[in-house]
Design a protein around this ligand. Structure first.
Ligand SMILES: *Cc1c(COP(=O)(O)O)cnc(C)c1O
Length: 341
């Protein structure tokens, strides 16, 4: 099967309907076998739990072609585990880890023609998600659920080079203390939309949230964890119960320690410390690392990497190393790369 005729290097980061999606249904206390289907439309009751009370969570990972032509995915076991935590927190049934990984494989194989070729910078984005499908009118968990995985090819996050972004410290919160900030629930994103639209209007690429209890410590942005580099070259990343445990961040921490011999501190980061760091970046599956050039703290500007219009040397090294591991150019730690085809 040949590849689709797409302008791979110029794909946007947006949804495109591909050939097949994986669908499994939970009913009478158990999951069915699941299957790959063509139809992209979902048909559910108007009173479904997801529509009334936002009972839904999701994951995000990517499949891509390595230098030697294999199609692989990166640490899907951690996405399965994280989704398990999201489901438990939202009173949803768990889709078993082994089946989650198998379904990722099956849906990528069924859409092989949509997996971007090596070297174009694009990847096939996988979006596993689950939602309550039966009617609920009183506030309670659904009894029936659907688990799906859709895939869509997405373009390189940075076109024409990795460019630093400007972000602001937000006065709003993305998570409540002891709330749902540490799970990938749709509701966390719904409530961040107003604030991200407002940030964009004000000329900022993202909002940095502080801890919701005291607004003293740095947490993360709406969709990415944060990394800092100290003057003496240490990697510092915020630790908190209300941030989402990014798989990219956890991988970068290990890469820093084991590959680059960089000292790592996972700890609370006070707002007052922002001026002590020399590099700052956001991390997540889509961009791996997006450098932050400037943080606006209520009009006070903090700049990184000497205000140069490029990613700093330490974050650059981290980013290149992780991408090298993902692309099969650098040897990966055991169990990081799952070969699909
Ligand atoms: C998905 C997500 C991330 C990034 O996680 P990765 O596993 O690295 O893609 C970070 N923060 C939030 C709030 C997220 O939803």
């Amino acid at each position: 099967m040949g590849k689709k005729n797409l302008d791979w290097s110029n794909l946007p980061f947006s949804y495109m309907k591909t050939d097949k999606r994986f669908v499994a249904n939970f009913k009478d206390g158990k999951w069915d076998d699941g299957k790959l289907i063509k139809k992209d439309k979902v048909c559910i009751t108007e009173c479904a739990g997801v529509l009334q009370y936002a009972q839904t969570c999701f994951e995000g990972l990517k499949a891509y072609t390595t230098q030697d032509g294999r199609i692989v995915t990166f640490r899907p076991d951690l996405n399965a585990e994280r989704m398990e935590n999201s489901c438990k927190r939202l009173e949803m049934p768990v889709f078993p880890k082994e089946r989650f990984i198998q379904a990722c494989f099956d849906v990528v194989k069924a859409n092989k023609a949509w997996v971007p070729p090596y070297g174009c910078g694009a990847t096939l984005y996988l979006r596993p998600y689950m939602f309550g499908t039966d009617a609920v009118i009183g506030v309670k968990p659904s009894k029936e659920y659907q688990f799906r995985i859709l895939v869509t090819p997405v373009g390189p996050y940075f076109k024409g080079g990795v460019k630093p972004i400007t972000v602001r410290i937000s006065d709003r919160d993305r998570a409540a203390p002891h709330g749902t900030g540490d799970i990938k629930a749709g509701l966390n994103y719904a409530m961040s939309l107003y604030n991200i639209v407002d940030a964009h209007k004000c000329g900022f690429a993202e909002n940095i949230y502080t801890d919701p209890a005291t607004h003293t410590y740095i947490e993360e942005t709406g969709g990415a964890n944060i990394l800092f580099i100290t003057k003496d070259g240490k990697l510092v990343t915020p630790k908190s119960d209300s941030i989402l445990p990014s798989i990219t961040r956890r991988s970068l921490v290990q890469v820093a320690k084991d590959y680059l011999k960089i000292e790592v501190e996972e700890r609370q980061v006070n707002k007052n410390e922002l001026t002590d760091f020399v590099e700052c970046g956001l991390c997540g599956t889509a961009a791996v690392i997006s450098p932050v050039g400037k943080i606006d703290d209520h009009g006070k500007e903090i700049t990184y990497n000497d205000n140069k219009d490029e990613i700093g040397p330490v974050l650059s090294k981290l980013r290149e190393t992780l991408i090298g591991i993902q692309m099969g150019i650098i040897d990966a730690p055991e169990g990081w790369i799952y070969e699909i085809i």
